[in-house]
Write a protein that binds this ligand. Sequence first.
Ligand code: ZN
Length: 236
Amino acid sequence: MVNSKQVAGSKVEYQYKETTIKLMHSLFVHIPKWFQKLFSEVTWSIDTEKKELFLTFDDGPTPEITDWVLDQLAMYNAKATFFCIGKNIQAHPELFEKIIAAGHHIGNHTFNHLNGWKVSAQNYLNSIEKTQRLITTYKLPNKTPIFRPPYGKISPFQIRKLNRLNYQIVLWNVLSGDFDKKILPKTCTKNVLNYSGKGSIIVFHDSLKAAKNMKASLPKVLAHFSQKGYTFSGIL
Ligand SMILES: [Zn+2]
């Protein structure tokens, strides 16, 4: 006999396989609520009634770019979450410490920016755990380990494994698109201004590749939402 829990589980798996996790990462600027509910094992946005936004920066720490982001955030007393790549932490430990000292939260983004769909589950986990060991040698403001899959590509099996290891998997509901060189800075800004609201998790990158768009867009986002009475917080 199959119990209802198993039926529900296999239904979810079926949806994962057949309904396109592809939607998750296909330059979907705004993730609609119905879609977030479909994949509820991951965090898309924060449930809050407060005018609060959750800026996130992926792929750093990157010398100069991350420093620049920290200066911008400080001007608005804004806190954010940095999903760092392990090898970048290893290469720039002082910069990593500077992020933490400024009160920002830290997330894991694998050691080498791995694509979860292209590596074995074991390699993927090893890369995440290696990064987590490195991260936890520092005194972090956030207590729960949080993880964001590079490219948003992660399998249901990997999600289950990480959940069991107590990781909270954080995606986003607003993508600035800063990493896409075909997108103009003003489009990046518009993406964020148009779709962000209470509890939104917004993706930027503190990487060389995204610097042009991110630098043009971030100050406008900070100014716009501060003026509207929003505050900016780290995740967890
Ligand atoms: Zn990334």
